[in-house]
Design a protein around this ligand. Structure first.
Ligand code: ADP
Ligand code: MG
Length: 335
């Protein structure tokens, strides 16, 4: 008997909550290295490394707030995990396990398989085990909780910066903000390669996990740049009770960024754009060369120095001081 035309087939049964967990997320949860029991029971069972301290962090991504409604699901899976791994990187922790709380408007198989693929890509790029999660219906959002391990007493905190430290940034700043501007049609890249690269910087951030671990015994303080460089360095300064001078012409700006938006806007994006997921660290100048060697080929650029007092001073190339520093993204700030 000939097979019926595809559109004459009855629609398959709707994917249930448990069906979608079994199909898309249980395969990502493989018991290994301390994960005794993953997805499928009431709790995951985890055996931490004896003597290790756990580093734990949660980040939520909400549709329309943290990503555009038409974002590719594979990019969202990657980014949801990447931004969480970035917090572990900023502590110098080794990623070990995470949980995934998903709120979905519908159980849409193409969307779910794309999302799971992006998560899996990030899990391969930066190894971490999926321990479990929760799945609910509602407006699209994801909350991940990541857990890493550190040797006792060796976490990189925000509060350790000292007068005389250099302020260092990994990679380049402002690219992701330019990627967002491209998506919104606010600008157009002159070179197709630049456009692809800037979009990749927004959609597929690279958490600096290896650099964080390499800097763990060299840096006095660290933070990951998620809300904007000025805002995030500001957190280090407040926590450490110090000030900083940053020379704006030393901020690492990529060629694709400068070519696409011009030098002035590139600088604005680097200072306050956010979504960079680079590391900002403070360390003694004598350890700079060792830090750069340990993070290579990822560049570390000195952008300023820690000084006595409080607050961030932005220094222009002529030596003059800029008045006012841009603030970072604040979910509850008035418009
Ligand atoms: P309970 O009702 O006991 O809280 P759930 O029905 O929420 O359990 O979850 C069943 C199992 O599936 C648990 O092991 C949970 O960790 C896992 N799980 C649920 N949702 C997800 C998800 N989105 N990703 C990974 N694991 C999940
Ligand atoms: Mg539950």
């Amino acid at each position: 008997m000939p097979a019926p035309a595809a559109d004459a087939l009855p629609a398959g049964p709707a994917l249930s909550e448990f069906g979608l967990i079994a199909e898309y997320f249980a395969p990502l949860s493989i018991a290994a290295e301390g994960l005794l029991l993953g997805v499928g029971d009431d709790c995951a069972l985890i055996a931490p490394t004896p003597g290790a301290v756990l580093a734990v962090s949660t980040d939520t991504l909400v549709c329309g707030r943290h990503f555009l409604p038409d974002a590719a699901p594979a990019d969202l899976g990657w980014k949801a995990l990447a931004v969480n791994l970035s917090d572990l990187a900023a502590m110098g922790a080794t990623p070990r396990w995470y949980t995934l709380a998903l709120t979905l408007p519908a159980a849409d198989p193409p969307w779910l398989s794309g999302f799971a693929r992006g998560l899996g890509d990030m899990m391969r790029a930066c190894p971490i085990l999926l321990a479990g999660g929760d799945t609910t219906g509602g407006p699209l959002a994801f909350t991940l909780t990541v857990c890493g391990e550190l040797p006792a007493g060796r976490g990189l905190r925000r509060s350790g910066a000292r007068v005389g430290d250099v302020v260092v940034v990994s990679g380049t700043l402002g690219d992701a903000r330019a990627g967002l501007a491209l998506c919104r049609g606010e600008c157009a890249a002159l070179h197709a390669d630049d456009e692809a690269w800037l979009l990749e910087r927004m959609q597929r951030p690279q958490p600096r996990v290896a650099a964080g671990q390499a800097l763990r015994d060299l840096a006095h303080a660290a933070i990951d740049v998620s809300d904007g460089f000025c805002a995030d360095l500001g957190h280090i300064l407040r926590a450490s009770g110090v000030g900083a001078r940053v020379h704006v012409d030393r901020l690492p700006l990529s060629l694709p960024l400068r070519r696409s938006v011009g030098d002035a806007q590139a600088l604005n994006y680097a200072l306050a754009g956010g979504d960079d997921y680079e590391l900002c660290v403070c360390l003694p100048p004598a350890l700079l060369a060792a830090a750069q060697a340990a993070c290579a080929p990822l560049p570390l650029t000195v952008v300023g120095e820690i000084v006595a007092g409080s607050g961030l001073r932005l220094i222009d190339p002529d030596g003059g001081e800029r008045s006012g520093t841009p603030s970072g993204f604040d979910h509850f700030a008035s418009a």
